[in-house]
Ligand binder design. Structure first.
Ligand SMILES: [Zn+2]
Length: 324
């Protein structure tokens, strides 16, 4: 699908408003501060592109003809999202509403290479003209702008041009971002987030930051390396070479103590950034959510409802989100 003509600011505004609830053309014009004529043109274009469809009639008052409202055409466009974890590959296919239409998980061999990942991905991607692209979530560090990755915990992966390799091999547009950024993006799609951190306690430990209504990546895409901030000066040695990182202290403890380490660290984060929402995620948390919930500071705290599909869904939204 060629979307170059559909990426104007007004097109995205209209799609975003319709996503927030089925609306008539008149209420779109009012909320977007556009003329009814402009909205009619934009809507006609989006309908002919297959992205919007008309739904039942809504009668506005007793006079005038009934207004038809609009909704996203779920099967108008699709994206793929992939999560390259340290031992497996998860892939989801999302429709235009961001709902999962299919998903797959395949194991990755020990010491897997970039080529192993691309070989595993290829059969899971069904290309047609409604597929907008693929988002890939992977551990940092990486450069979001050029898609070059050097992920912690994947031996042999140093300055891998994953975005370019995947684009060439799979023949579709590819975006690469940190797993934690994908995760917080998925949460922000589900309901409004303003100043929030998604805390990911899995094979590694990191946060996805959502500040002022946007993913915060930092100057070198390095934001969110929460696991490697020091919490104990004489603490255990960490995989990063320093001592007493949150990740290392957490790994050296179990049960309530492990949850307390995360609780103290999250409290620091809330104090530092004045956050109002915390979302907990990752295998360790999902295995014992109550243990971690009890140690959290007094802000709005929740556990992700996406389960294991959190990162791949967010990866798919990296691409889908460009429409909104
Ligand atoms: Zn460390």
């Amino acid at each position: 699908m060629d979307l170059t003509s559909l990426r104007s600011h007004n097109d995205r505004t209209v799609l975003r408003l319709v996503r927030s609830g089925a609306l008539s053309r008149a209420s779109i014009a009012e909320q977007a501060n556009l003329t009814p004529q402009a909205v009619s043109k934009i809507v006609a274009r989006l309908i002919s592109a297959g992205l919007l469809e008309e739904t039942g009639a809504v009668r506005a008052g007793t006079r005038g003809k009934p207004r038809r409202s609009l909704q996203l055409a779920a099967s108008g466009a699709f994206t793929y999202g992939a999560y390259v974890d340290r031992d497996e590959l998860r892939v989801v296919r999302l429709d235009l509403t961001g709902s999962i239409v299919s998903s797959a998980v395949v194991p990755l061999p020990p010491m897997f290479t970039p080529d192993d990942v691309l070989s595993a991905l290829q059969p899971l991607i069904a290309l047609d003209d409604k597929v907008l692209g693929l988002g890939i979530g992977i551990a940092g560090p990486l450069d979001f702008r050029d898609g070059v990755v050097s992920p912690n915990g994947l031996p042999g992966w140093s300055a891998v041009p994953l975005r370019a390799l995947a684009t060439e091999r799979l023949g579709l547009p590819v975006v690469v971002d940190k797993d934690t950024n994908c995760a917080v993006l998925a949460e922000a799609w589900r309901r409004p987030l303003h100043d929030a951190a998604l805390v990911f306690v899995g094979t590694g430990l990191g946060v996805g930051l959502f500040l002022g209504g946007e993913v915060h990546r930092g100057t070198r895409s390095g934001a969110g390396e929460f696991g490697h901030t020091t919490i104990q000066l004489d603490g255990p040695l960490c995989v990063c070479g320093r001592r007493g990182c949150i990740e290392a202290v957490h790994a050296a403890t179990t049960g309530v103590d492990a949850a307390r380490v995360i609780g103290a660290a999250v409290m620091n984060l809330v104090q530092l950034l004045d956050l109002d929402q915390i979302v907990l995620s990752g295998r360790k948390v999902l295995a014992a959510p109550d243990l971690y919930l009890r140690e959290m500071p007094d802000v709005e705290v929740s556990v992700t409802e996406f389960g294991d599909e959190l990162v791949p869904v967010g990866a798919g939204l990296l691409v889908l989100g460009e429409l909104f």
